[in-house]
Design a protein around this ligand. Sequence first.
Ligand SMILES: [Zn+2]
Length: 407
Amino acid sequence: MEKKALIEKIKAHVHVLCSEIGERRVGSEENRKATAYTKRVLEESGWKTESTELSVMDWSTDGATLTCGEQSFEVFSSEYSLGCSVQGECIAIRTVEQLEQTNIQDKIVLLIGEIASQQIAPKKFPFWNPTEHQHLIAVLEQGKPKALICATERNAETAGGVYPFPLFEDGDFDIPSVYMKDTEGEKLLPYVGKTVKLVSKARRIPSTAFNVTGKRNTQTKNRIVVTAHIDTKIGTPGAIDNGTGVAIVLAIADLLKSNSSTYPIELMIFNGEDYYAAPGQIRYVAQNAGHFDDILLNINIDGAGYKEGLSCFSPFELPKNIFDLLQEVLLENPNLVEGLPWYQGDHSLFLQNGCPAIAVSSEWFIKNMANQEITHTPKDNIRIVNFEQVAECALGIASLIKKLPRS
Ligand SMILES: [Zn+2]
């Protein structure tokens, strides 16, 4: 296929996913439209597909309000939180030590400062879960407050470019919560000790989502698993994160459709990377329990094709022959460079199960992870995509796969 034609196909995929469909939060109709689209495209390229149904929680809100007498404060329902309509004494907590020593029962608790500086890992999130976070959740649950108000600053490292960010984004955590800017939290401080009224019109909605798998044959031994997550956070069309990744998987399906000389290939469209419970990833780990030895290599694409900078392939635990072939691919293509290691993606689940992996992304994002203001926001849209870079990633991956000799 000519490169120009490839770029046009990729553009069409990203357009469908990120402009026509847009936000693809897990459990939404749009998310199911997106997975149905990938299934159709894979089949049109001659791949056998399988959909795995996942039971998930969708969520929506009609807004939130916080008042103290005549005074009102700007708050937002924490994503995936239960709703509430409560009144109670407002107290402020700044540290875990202070929380441990304070009776918060039936209070409305403002978490501000140090305690609210980093997004808390969801209760049941399997791939990243610091013990301090689990401890904080346990202390809050034992304390039985009526609700939480979380005043947060900017923290791109754990919350992407979102400000303020929801301290809790967790459908398994049942204390109702809202969040606000740190500056708004400062305005609330003079009202500590007074009675405040908090209403959050949020609700959880049982729903479904799907993982989609594409295969050429039934062989599983020594397979290469190419992965990209299709879901987005709430409130973003998810172009770089990760419409481009899905488009690359679909392009690879096309580029390799008549290729029979390499290892078996499994194309995986995952659902849940940007969701509190990672349902698609957990299901995949369960489906492959005891059989991760069968996987020769994972290639995970997330964050590829940003308009600035080059594309990067980050190697993890590669055997020498694959590492050498990767270097060959990078030498052949000046748009692709070796990337630094990073772990906030689906390649981590393969690494944790002992599989070598390559993560494909944009160098700019890896270097600016901690201070960029794009991911998980409306700014992550089709206008920040460099489609030529996206095509180069697809060509680089296809070229690497073709170079791998059959054992
Ligand atoms: Zn992502």
